[in-house]
Every structure is written in structure tokens, then in C-alpha cells.
Ligand binder design. Structure first.
Ligand SMILES: C[S@@+](CC[C@H](N)C(=O)[O-])C[C@H]1O[C@@H](n2cnc3c(N)ncnc32)[C@H](O)[C@@H]1O
Length: 475
């Protein structure tokens, strides 16, 4: 392979492979899966792309299907998820700090180390193929270095590396599990605090968060039943949501299935479905006709609220600050009794007096890390402070917009206590709101704990770690 082959994508902008100066890249036919995986790793690092948006598009553009697509997916998502652990191991094999390694080469080392430690790919294939790819991207002079580092990585298996690098579990159980399951320590600590556990349950939560998740679909009420959707897609009806279907891991791109193309169904985590259903099921006295979704983009919950509103004669106002996300809400709710408002939910100037308000607030997303392979390494603890301020302001606005006796449902896809109980506790004090028992609105869902809030977990419920609080404004 020539060293002057086209280099990696360079255009800024998320979710899309960059165009190349001389047209789309033609992956070398001999290794399209690894070439694609490495190009996605470059895109994620260089332009903050989302792996789960870039990869499907590159696979489509390069017409990669079947086993090659499955391998590219495994290598891309696996390398992204395991990045922190891979970096610790690579660092232990270097005679210089990791920061001194050319980032283009580091992407290759991560891809190679992932293959060596977490797949059954034979050692020589993992090393040779990685050296070839990095040579294409960074030049022949790096081949010896990449070869030497990967040979050193291959001298131990993952368990032996973890034993060498992780802190003593008796002295630092959270640090040990963080390395073992490839999570940043602060994320592992936030899970431990929410669970009230540093041992077996924390280990189960982090392990579930590190596994490839099933895809969940929602059958649009009034369009198709979950049983019909399951029969068509080859999935299983979800255990808790009456509209949910679980597809087995590796079922391919759900966007290709007919019910989704025909807009009878959509991809939506079962936990999100349950929270939207709870927002509609929460008891209100008196009128129940005007509903508000204060953070609606891209429209998953708004579509479910809209479909349920259509069956009960209610109407939904859906607020979204970002215009491009508001357009997605329009699309998701077309034909439903939903009006989209492109406005900041904190100062919407809507007339108020709503019977129900859903605040599905912007959050750290620590509850859906399993679905966003690179997110755990991108998020920073400092993000949480800004988010909790915004979450509090949105909840305050919700209490201004709901009528006395109406309900506000607060949802975040995060178990971080600052974003969950912290924000809700403050808002309840300010609004003198009544905290309803949200667990009663999740019928049949086990292990919801002792409090009145609901915290779902991947290891307990197979859902994202969604938090839901239901609050009534005093009369
Ligand atoms: C967690 S997402 C909502 C997900 C959505 N409910 C769904 O189910 O598809 C939060 C949304 O709030 C929007 N947002 C952020 N700040 C906002 C604000 N001040 N007012 C209204 N929307 C805001 C974000 O753009 C984002 O689309």
C-alpha cells in the first residue's frame, strides 16, 4: 500500500464523513472494515463526530455490508468505549507520555490494542493490519513504532493488564471497577453514589453500561401494535412498555425496516417510552386537555405524547430551542395534535395554564453511555454544574406554565444525583410542589427502590438509566 494514499477526513462538523478533495474515499478492498473503523476513530477525535452517526453513513457510502460491516461496527464502537483502558495499557508500553504520540497514530494503536485484547482476531492479523493502516495515514516511518507497541500490548491479555494497572480493589473499589469496565472514575463514582453501592451492584451497572445494547423500537399508538411490530421486525415485545419492541443485538440498521420507513414505528429506548407514558398517566384533577413538552427535540417523547393526546382529545405544545432540532420534532409529530414552538423554554411567553408539562431536560447523558460509544470520554465533570443550573431554570419555568393542580414530570437520562434528586429537591422547595409516587406510574417495573422517584438502570431494567420525578403544583 502506498504511503501517499488519501489521508483521513478533515472537514469540521458532526455526524457526517468529510468529503475528500478528490471525491469520496475508496477503501482498499482488502480491509474495508478496519479502514472504516479507523476513519471513524479519526473523525470522532478530530471533529467531535458521533461514532454512531458517522459509522452507518460511511458503511452506506462505501457499500460495506454483512461480515465486514459487523466487524467495522464491533471495532469502532468497541475501541471508542474502551478508549480509557486502551490508553492506560498503551501508556504502559511507551517510553514517552501518551500526549507525545501523534494522535493519528494513537487512533491506530487504540484500534490495534482493541483487537488484541477484546476480540479473537489472531495476533499477527491484528498487528499487521494495523501497521498497514497507520502507515497509510501517517507514513512509513511510524511502522516500526506501531509494530513494537502492539507487540508489547500483546504480551498480556486484558485481565493481566487490568490486574497490573487497576488500583487495589480493597483500597479503591470505585477506581478498580472504573478501570476494569473502562469508565472514567468520575462516572463510576456518580453511578456508585446513585446506587449507594461500591461493590457487586456497581460492578453490574458498569458492566451493563459497557455492553452493546439492544435496539428498542416504539410502535406508534394508533398505527401498529407492539406485537405486530415484533412479528414484522423479528424482535420481541418489550417487557414493560406496551408500545416497545426489543431487537436482538446485531440486527442491522433498524432504519432499513419497513415499519420505520413507513413511520409506523421509531427507534426509542424503552426507558424513554416509560417516562413519556408516566407523564401522560400521572393523575390530574379537572381538565386534561393542554399538554406541554418543554424540551422536545428531536421529538421522540413528543411523538408518543402526541399519539396519546390524539386518542384522548388533548393537544400538545412542543418547545425546542434549537431550530434544527425543532424541525426534527415537526417531522416526528407530523399528523399529530402537536404544535412546535422554536423558543427558549425558560422564556417561552406561552400562555400557561397547562394540565401537564414534561421537562425532558438537557443532561449529561450518563444514562445512555452504552448507546454513545465515545461519550463517556468526552463528557467532563464540570459539564454537570452548567447543566443543573439550566435544568433548575427549566423546572422553574414549567411550574410557572402548569396550572394549580397540574403535574410536571421531570426526566433526565442520567443517574447523576446532582441532575436528579438535587435539581428536583430545589425545585420542589421553591414551588412548594407535592412529590407524587412516580413508581405507581411504572406498573410492572421491578426494583424501583424505596423513594418516590424512579431511577431506571441498564443492569436492572435493560433500559437506559432514565430518571423520572412527578410533581404536582399546589392548588
Ligand atoms: C434531552 S433532549 C430532549 C429529548 C426529547 N424529549 C426526545 O424525547 O426526543 C433536550 C432538548 O432540550 C433542548 N434545549 C436545551 N435548552 C433548551 C431551552 N432552554 N429551552 C428549550 N429547549 C432546550 C435541546 O436542544 C434538546 O433538544
Amino acid at each position: 500500500m502506498s504511503a501517499d494514499r488519501e489521508r483521513r477526513p478533515s472537514r469540521p462538523g458532526r455526524g457526517r464523513p468529510a468529503p475528500r478533495k478528490d471525491g469520496p474515499r475508496r477503501p482498499p478492498p482488502e480491509d474495508p472494515a478496519r479502514r472504516t473503523a479507523l476513519d471513524v476513530l479519526h473523525a470522532v477525535r478530530e471533529r467531535d463526530a458521533y461514532a454512531n452517526l458517522v459509522l452507518p453513513e460511511m458503511l452506506r457510502e462505501r457499500r460495506i455490508t454483512g461480515r465486514d460491516a459487523a466487524l467495522a461496527t464491533e471495532l469502532t464502537y468497541g475501541s471508542c468505549r474502551a478508549q480509557g483502558l486502551l490508553d492506560e495499557i498503551i501508556t504502559a508500553c511507551l517510553d514517552r507520555p501518551l500526549s507525545k504520540v501523534d494522535p493519528v497514530v494513537l487512533d491506530g494503536l487504540r484500534l490495534g490494542a482493541y483487537q488484541l485484547l477484546r476480540t479473537r482476531i489472531p495476533q499477527h492479523a491484528a498487528v499487521t493490519s494495523t501497521v498497514d493502516l497507520v502507515r497509510e495515514d501517517a507514513g512509513s516511518h511510524v511502522a516500526g513504532f506501531v509494530n513494537a507497541v502492539l507487540r508489547t500490548v500483546s504480551e498480556k491479555d486484558e485481565a493481566a493488564w487490568v490486574d497490573q494497572l487497576a488500583p487495589d480493589p480493597d483500597k479503591d473499589p470505585i477506581g478498580n471497577l472504573a478501570i476494569r469496565t473502562s469508565h472514567p472514575r468520575w462516572v463510576a463514582r456518580s453511578f456508585a453514589e446513585a446506587l449507594g453501592d461500591k461493590g457487586t451492584e456497581l460492578a453490574a451497572a458498569l458492566a451493563a453500561d459497557d455492553a452493546r445494547p439492544e435496539v428498542h423500537l416504539v410502535a406508534k399508538p394508533g398505527e401498529i401494535s407492539a406485537d405486530e411490530l415484533a412479528a414484522i421486525t423479528g424482535g420481541d415485545p418489550a417487557p414493560y412498555s406496551p408500545y416497545g419492541v426489543h431487537l436482538p443485538a446485531g440486527s442491522g440498521d433498524p432504519g432499513d425496516s419497513e415499519p420505520i420507513r413507513e413511520r409506523l414505528a421509531a427507534v426509542q429506548d424503552e426507558g424513554s417510552q416509560l417516562c413519556a407514558i408516566a407523564a401522560v398517566a400521572a393523575p390530574v384533577e379537572g381538565t386534561d386537555e393542554r399538554w406541554l413538552d418543554l424540551c422536545a427535540g428531536p421529538g421522540g417523547k413528543a411523538a408518543l405524547l402526541g399519539a396519546l393526546a390524539a386518542t384522548s382529545g388533548a393537544r400538545v405544545d412542543a418547545v425546542e430551542k434549537a431550530p434544527h432540532r425543532a424541525r426534527l420534532v415537526e417531522k416526528a409529530t407530523a399528523g399529530l395534535p402537536v404544535t412546535v414552538h422554536v423558543v427558549d423554554g425558560r422564556e417561552s411567553e406561552l400562555p400557561g395554564g397547562y394540565d401537564r408539562v414534561l421537562v425532558d431536560a438537557p443532561c449529561s447523558g450518563l444514562g445512555s453511555l452504552r448507546r454513545r460509544p465515545e461519550a463517556r470520554w468526552r463528557r467532563q465533570p464540570s459539564d454537570v454544574a452548567d447543566l443543573t443550573k439550566l435544568q433548575g431554570q427549566l423546572l422553574t419555568a414549567a411550574f410557572e406554565l402548569v396550572r394549580p393542580g397540574g403535574v410536571v414530570t421531570y426526566v433526565v437520562c442520567s443517574p447523576h444525583l446532582a441532575e436528579t434528586e438535587g435539581v428536583v429537591g430545589e425545585a420542589v422547595r421553591r414551588a412548594k410542589a407535592e412529590v407524587l409516587d412516580a413508581r405507581e406510574l411504572f406498573p410492572g417495573v421491578p426494583d424501583l427502590g424505596d423513594g418516590r422517584f424512579v431511577q431506571l438502570w441498564p443492569h436492572r431494567h435493560g433500559t437506559d438509566a432514565m430518571f423520572c420525578a412527578v410533581l404536582r403544583k399546589p392548588e
